[in-house]
Write a protein that binds this ligand. Structure first.
Ligand code: 13P
Ligand code: SF4
Length: 335
């Protein structure tokens, strides 16, 4: 397939829909391409196990942004979702950033469209805008500081107590942070489809059957679930908690991809995915799970789909990300 045909395919489907040889060892092929092209594979904890196994670095959103900011690789292959690859491109204009499936979006990022957000901002003059990294480059460009779930508290606390703040786009994370920091941030009404799916009733029933199990939850979960949690944190903080805490059982209220690394790093612990409020037994993020090992291989082979960004947008979006990285560094936070 030539490049023009490949680009046409991506335009239609978001990825290179090409059949690979069934005999091909994708793990070996990806390793070969990494060396040949001086490429680094960055993966989020929500990626499928095979992708985590070939990744050079697996992390939460902060860790991935930090890694993207410091890499010497010529090509960054981002096994995650669109806003994560965008962040890597914003930090690395001269590098090629590849995303195995361009349609790997994020319901939370989609819940903050640019024009309505601009209006919202105008309705709240004198407010500083802190945006969660799960948003588009356009929203980042309209923000003063970016945060992730690993550093949000520190970022908020870096501002004077009486500073009016808009927090976007996740209302659950925002409400949790208001409670934790004693602020009264104005919240944009956005949410993540995966973290809003947990059933409080089923979690309570599960806790009765597993009285010793600790409920650990991502702060994107709804308040009712967070109120019952023994520990709340970003994916990397949840992972660390399971490794260091002395309980033997955990009910995990976040996307199921994290269970792979959790079980690897804490093999003696019992991990129970928190039940969703529908009949399907999965808490998979449909966006994260669009990436497959085969798509990862094809995007490295053809160097497509590539993340392309308008330079003025990139420069505007970089400022609040740099601010986040600076504050995180000063606070010694690593994702
Ligand atoms: P963190 O890994 O930064 O906690 O983010 C979770 C998430 O929902 C990413 O999309
Ligand atoms: Fe977005 Fe939620 Fe999926 Fe994370 S888990 S990428 S916040 S939809």
């Amino acid at each position: 397939m030539n490049i023009i045909e490949a680009k046409e395919k991506i335009f239609e489907t978001g990825f290179l829909d090409i059949e690979t040889d069934v005999q091909l060892d994708l793990f070996a092929a990806i390793d070969r391409l990494k060396k040949q092209k001086n490429a680094i594979v960055l993966a989020h904890y929500y990626q499928e196990p095979d992708i985590q196994d070939v990744a050079d670095f697996i992390g939460d959103s902060l860790g991935l942004a930090q890694k993207a900011a410091e890499t010497n690789a010529d090509i960054i292959v981002f096994a995650g979702v669109h806003f994560m690859a965008e962040t890597a491109k914003i930090l690395n204009p001269s590098k090629k950033v590849l995303l195995p499936d361009l349609k790997a979006g994020c319901s939370l990022a989609d819940s903050a469209p640019t024009q309505p957000f601009k209006k919202f901002k105008e309705q709240h003059p004198n407010h500083i805008v802190i945006s969660y990294i799960n948003c588009s480059a356009e929203i980042k460009a309209l923000s003063d500081i970016i945060c992730t779930s690993s550093n949000a508290e520190k970022i908020i606390e870096s501002l004077p107590i009486n500073q009016p703040i808009i927090f976007a786009p996740d209302k659950n994370l925002g409400a949790y942070l208001n409670k934790k920091t004693g602020r009264n941030m104005v919240l944009w009404n956005g949410a993540c489809m995966v973290h809003e799916i947990f059933s409080l009733e089923k979690i309570i029933k599960l806790k009765i059957r597993h009285p010793k199990a600790k409920l650990i939850a991502h702060p994107e979960c709804e308040e009712a679930v967070l109120n019952k949690a023994d520990f709340i944190g970003s994916t990397s903080q949840l992972l660390k908690y399971v490794q260091t805490n002395n309980s033997s059982e955990y009910i995990v209220a976040t996307e199921t991809g994290i269970l792979y690394k959790m079980q690897q790093t804490a093999p003696d612990k019992t991990l129970i995915p928190a039940p969703p409020n529908n009949s399907c037994a999965c808490n998979d993020c449909p966006h994260m799970k669009l990436n497959t090992l085969e798509k990862l291989y094809l995007c490295m082979e053809y160097e497509l789909p590539e993340l392309i960004m308008d330079e003025s947008l990139r420069i505007a979006a970089k400022k609040p990300i740099d601010k986040m990285l600076e504050i995180s560094k000063a606070a010694g936070l690593i994702g």
